[in-house]
Design a protein around this ligand. Structure first.
Ligand code: GLN
Length: 190
């Protein structure tokens, strides 16, 4: 099984490193043929507005929309969550959301970069030990649809959730060396 990491912009390298650490075959995805070659995909943190424009420039927007519509497993982290959300508030008007996950999220909702923070986050799906969750100019999930399973919350808002094969988290799981979310995402049957 090949796990792609969208590598146009943002925190792709550490996701590839996390995949290497769990023995998964990680591949950087920058072009349509690279997307066609992977079985599942991680959309990293970074800047969702920039990534949206770069997807267009790389001719990846339509192929990605097709793969997501066909049910390819996807994990969107932070900016990546915004890309797979159904609605984004405070985004650019031309920012693309692929609606793989029936949530509404507000960009930069905790404030600017200086309001970034870390917490120990209990996530039962990952086991008894909390995970260290790092929030960097993260979005807040303001709405979760009926089909969305919420796996962790902070202040009453989902920070990790999934809908079938589409997973989203508002923090940066690649920054801590805690590999449990990557493992869970890769081990789940498609
Ligand atoms: N604020 C960024 C955005 O709007 C997300 C930040 C992040 O991915 N750490 O895309």
């Amino acid at each position: 099984m090949k796990v792609g990491v969208l590598a146009l912009q943002g925190a792709a390298d550490l996701h590839l490193e996390a995949l290497r650490c769990i023995g998964a075959a990680g591949k950087a995805v920058r072009r349509p043929h690279e997307l066609a070659d992977v079985d599942r995909l991680i959309l990293p943190g970074g800047e969702s507005t920039t990534m949206s424009m770069m997807l267009d420039a790389a001719d990846l927007t339509e192929p990605l929309a097709e793969r997501l519509a066909a049910g390819m497993p996807v994990l969107g982290t932070c900016a990546g969550l915004l890309l797979i959300a159904a609605e984004v508030s405070d985004g650019r008007p031309d920012q693309r959301c692929f609606a793989a996950l029936d949530i509404g999220a507000r960009r930069n909702a905790y404030g600017p970069q200086t309001e970034s923070f870390e917490v120990d986050l209990p996530v039962a799906a990952l086991g008894p030990e909390p995970t260290r969750a790092i929030f960097i100019r993260s979005p807040i999930v303001e709405r979760t649809g009926a089909g969305v399973e919420v796996l962790a919350t902070l202040d009453g808002h989902a920070v990790l959730c999934r809908q079938g094969a589409a997973w989203g988290c508002t923090y940066h799981p690649e920054l801590t060396g805690d590999l449990r979310l990557h493992r869970l995402f890769c081990e789940e049957a498609a």
